[in-house]
Design a protein around this ligand. Structure first.
Ligand code: EPZ
Length: 429
């Protein structure tokens, strides 16, 4: 297992280019199941999760041809086989193939996606959509099966009790081939949802309202191929903003959509950083002195849950006490123990974390428990005294392309250590 070694204390400076969004690439790859024609997706980040999704589609009979940054997919020989258990358990986003399989082949047999470190990750809203559109559901042996009626799926009006990103995306993909119009109420408004709507439109679907709380999709008899470029990754961009701020750096971040980062920009300015937007670039300058903040994660356009851990790292050295409230997932504070191991003073109180700023953090051996927790440890290590070794790097590799190359280019003292001896947290079960 690899580890990442970081020696803290360097003020980051220079330019970094953001990759395509993981959370736009994954649904876009799944959407290729909706047509026999070739779908070309460009701007795809080189990430383990992208590889996993391509592997899943390959298992379903899709021809996948990957080149750096671009994937060609053709589902002409695809069939509704059960998705492999281990793949779906490994990555929750695998459930994004359920909608396209149901829409295209009239049936989807999926392992129940497991929970993960950040929460139980239910799929009740996805199933509510499938049922509303006429599918029959059956469960057993750890699988869930959805079967469309012989007359095909019908467009429906469906209200999402929570603006779930995945359920919105599955609803759009099923609606794109259903008979009639589907109206999704209380839909997720994330930029990645809009990106998928743009791809579906390019494939011949008629999608209106993406980016608002009400999305309407007129089903088509069939969809055709398309070429699509993935939207930049706002969460990767926000992570580099946090790294620049915490180290007192001066960093220009290229390939961003500033309005996708409005909440993060606003909170980072409140914390004392100077942020200028220039077209598709964003400059972050900081003295390294961080003002305390209150942060509450919300569905987009609120503050993103995927930046909560990284901002907790920044606030752990703020000049005062901050409150972070996580409203999206029920267990997304796994990074607290590891940050405290580095000298932070954070206490969890229900869905909130009270972060008492300390003078300085100190390097330590720590473990990433999930993707964004790992990113938070990287951010904290960049400003810690001494050396930090981060284990569980496979979590980080799921969502960050070449993180040590990109941070190294900004001056960070960072290296990957292949096959590091396994580190066991003292007392860990
Ligand atoms: C997407 O996950 C992202 N993943 C997550 O990013 C992100 O944190 C999340 O949206 C919220 O923005 C991808 O896009 C691949 P949800 P998703 O359905 O779709 C509850 C990362 O780090 N819920 O919007 O799974 C759920 O339990 C990852 O890149 C139900 O109750 O998120 C959670 O509390 C982590 N029933 C809340 O909604 C359902 O049927 C948000 O989940 C579905 C969800």
């Amino acid at each position: 297992m690899d580890s990442i070694l970081i020696r803290g204390g360097v003020r980051l400076s220079g330019r970094v280019v953001v990759s395509g969004a993981k959370n736009a690439a994954l649904p876009a790859i799944a959407a290729a199941l909706l047509t026999d024609d070739e779908v070309t997706i460009s701007g795809v980040p080189a990430l383990d999760d992208v590889d996993t999704m391509c592997e899943l589609l390959g298992n379903l009979g899709v021809a996948v041809s990957a080149a750096p940054g671009r994937i060609r997919l053709r589902a002409s020989d695809a069939a509704a086989r059960p998705a492999p258990y281990d793949l779906v358990r490994r990555m929750r986003a695998s459930f994004l193939v359920a909608g396209p399989l149901l829409a295209r082949f009239g049936a989807a047999r999926m392992p129940m996606p497991g929970g993960c470190a950040i929460g139980s990750r239910p799929i009740n809203l996805h199933l509510k959509v499938f049922t509303a559109m006429g599918a029959d559901l059956a469960t057993g042996n750890g699988y869930i099966e959805a079967v469309a009626p012989s007359t095909g799926l019908r467009g429906a009006r469906v209200y999402l009790d929570y603006p779930s990103v995945g359920a919105t995306e599955n609803a759009m993909m099923v609606g794109a081939l259903a008979n009639g119009t589907t109206v999704i109420e209380n839909a997720a408004q994330e930029p990645e949802v809009v990106d998928l709507a743009n791809l579906l439109s390019a494939m011949g679907a008629r999608v209106r309202g993406a980016g608002t709380g009400v999305i309407k999709i007129d089903g088509a008899a069939e969809l055709h191929g398309a070429a699509h470029t993935i939207v930049p990754d706002r969460i990767e961009a926000g992570t580099y903003m946090a790294a620049a701020a915490i180290t007192g750096g001066d960093v220009v971040i290229d390939n961003v959509v500033p309005e996708h980062l409005a909440a993060a920009i606003s909170k980072l300015r409140e914390a004392g950083a100077a942020i200028e937007t220039q077209g598709s670039s964003l400059r972050v300058r900081s003295s390294g002195e961080i003002q305390p903040l209150d942060v509450k994660t919300m569905p987009y356009p609120g503050f993103p849950t995927d930046l909560q851990a990284q901002f907790m790292a920044i606030l752990s050295i703020a000049r005062g006490t901050s409150i972070i409230t996580e409203t999206v997932f029920e267990n997304r504070f796994m990074h607290v123990d590891e940050l405290n191991r580095m000298g932070a003073r954070i206490k969890i109180d229900g869905r909130s974390a009270v972060v008492e700023g300390v003078e300085a953090l100190s390097g330590a051996p720590v473990r990433a428990t999930d993707l964004r927790a790992g990113a938070a440890l990287v951010v904290a290590a960049l400003v810690s005294r001494g050396e930090t070794e981060i284990f569980g790097v496979s979590h980080i590799d799921r969502g960050y392309e070449s993180i040590e190359r990109k941070l190294g280019a900004l001056g960070a003292l960072i290296e990957r250590r292949a096959d590091a001896p396994e580190f066991v947290v003292a007392g860990a079960s």
